[in-house]
Design a protein around this ligand. Structure first.
Ligand SMILES: [Zn+2]
Length: 94
């Protein structure tokens, strides 16, 4: 599990989950983008993903954060197609 913490603009430590919310200004989706099953806010984990280029088919070198189930995050080394449309936030470590 990724337990790394991020700093927000105020220099406070925030989770990847919060980081996604701060940058997207969105609520978490109530469906997991990995499995398409219902997901409550308590179940949400900030998942690191890489994005496949639409034209190149190449995986991005940058990592992005999306909300998803913890169990689904554990399988995130496998390729997947998002079941829902949602924002991915670039993961920037400081
Ligand atoms: Zn899931």
């Amino acid at each position: 599990m990724r337990t790394k913490q991020m700093m927000n603009t105020l220099g406070q430590r925030v989770s990847w989950k919060k980081y996604w919310k701060i940058f997207t200004l969105q609520d978490f989706p109530n469906v997991c983008p990995f499995c398409g099953l219902p997901m409550s806010e308590d179940e949400v984990e900030g998942c690191h993903i890489k994005v496949k280029g639409r034209l190149t088919g190449e995986l991005s070198t940058k990592e992005y954060i999306i909300p998803g189930h913890h169990e689904c995050n554990m399988q995130s080394e496998r390729p997947f197609s998002a079941k829902i449309t949602l924002y991915a936030v670039e993961a920037i470590e400081r």
